[in-house]
Design a protein around this ligand. Structure first.
Ligand code: TRP
Length: 349
């Protein structure tokens, strides 16, 4: 375990504590990129924490990161449809549109303008070291990294800092961006005076979830269970999941990663430790394991899916949520940008 990962875990544990003792001091921002549908990886790594933060009384900012779509692809796909889908997924999962501000990058000019002073605080060398950017370029098959892909972690710092968020529920892959955000906040504060908080990641125990074939989740590999799937589609997907030939089910992530992954998913849905689930299934084999997982996932997602179906029927309501969210995000972004310009001595009239 690297030192920076350990530090991130410690910060996350600290935030978990504040969630119990002083949730009103927390302002959450997190984002999803509208390149496709959200799946159970997002759900367990981040979405459940968003809802928990909201329930405890934290302030909620939920970004649909539409400018991130153009970081690593030429074909945009159905951005508008994907944006709508993300708004629906988040509300269906439990974000309250009366309390959460849900908004898109491209509608908030002042947020984007923060990227200019922030870019002045980072070096090309540190941007080139970001492992998540390298991974993303690799999985998109990009050999020459574009200017926006290289600098999007700085843009992500603007996403987080424009509303002065102090807690960011994300999966482990996002930690390099969080670290970059903290560095930018620190350097800005040092140079121009205290302005931004140094936000921490709120991690979940679900950082190790794999796809149904036991490899990294990826839409193009068809190994993900999407939130919007029907119960039957979910059953089919899980039926095709990879297991092994040992009939006795045991939880052993090192030697039996595929079986362990399915047990972990059951554990996350049911709130039972994976070892206990394995004991209960015993020599029931892969069939019993998959049946239990199918029931667990479908039970967990059933209310979300029912709300989702209702929201799908009301596009005007969904558009209204985004319109209001964008208005609010603009107000706050303009305030922060005004403060930044003042700090920098760039007020002339
Ligand atoms: N980079 C994130 C992803 O790929 C999405 C994102 C954009 C984000 N801006 C953010 C996450 C701000 C947290 C905070 O999934």
């Amino acid at each position: 375990m690297t030192e920076s990962y350990q530090a991130a875990l410690a910060r996350s544990a600290e935030l978990d504590k504040i969630l119990d003792t002083d949730p009103g001091s927390l302002r959450m921002l997190t984002g999803d990129r509208p390149t496709g549908a959200l799946h159970i990886g997002h759900y367990f790594a981040s979405i459940r924490n968003r809802v928990k933060l909201q329930q405890r009384g934290a302030e909620i900012w939920q970004l649909v990161a539409d400018y991130q779509v153009i970081t690593d692809r030429e074909a945009l796909g159905d951005v508008a449809g994907n944006v709508r889908g993300l708004v629906i997924d988040n509300i269906a999962a439990g974000l309250d549109p009366e309390r959460a501000t849900i908004f898109t990058h491209s509608s908030v000019p002042a947020l984007n303008q923060l990227m200019l002073p922030f870019l002045s605080l980072v070096s090309v060398a540190e941007l080139q070291r970001n492992p998540t950017v390298k991974d993303e370029a690799k999985s998109a098959g990009i050999t020459s990294i574009g200017g926006l892909l290289l600098t999007y972690p700085v843009h992500q710092a603007a996403d987080i800092l424009f509303c002065k968020a102090n807690v960011v529920p994300v999966g482990r892959d996002q930690l390099p961006h969080l670290e970059q955000t903290r560095v930018i906040a620190r350097r800005f504060n040092e140079r121009y005076g205290p302005t931004f908080p140094e936000p921490g990641a709120l991690l979940s125990e679900a950082t190790l979830i794999l796809g149904t074939d036991g490899t990294k989740m990826s839409k193009s590999k068809g190994n993900v269970i999407e939130l919007r799937m029907t119960a039957d589609e979910t059953a089919k997907k899980i039926k095709g999941a990879k297991t092994d030939s040992d009939r006795v089910i045991t939880y052993d992530p090192d030697t039996r990663p595929e079986v362990a992954n399915l047990l972990l998913l059951i554990s996350l849905c049911e709130g039972t430790p994976p070892e206990a689930v394995a004991d209960e299934i015993g020599d029931g084999g892969g069939g019993a394991l998959k049946k239990r997982l199918t029931d667990a996932v479908n039970t967990e997602l059933e209310p979300l899916r029912a709300r989702r179906a209702e929201l799908e029927k009301d596009p005007a309501y969904v558009a209204g949520i985004l319109r209001r969210g964008n208005e609010r995000a603009n107000e706050v972004a303009e305030q922060t940008l005004a403060e930044v310009r003042e700090r920098m001595g760039m007020v002339y009239t």
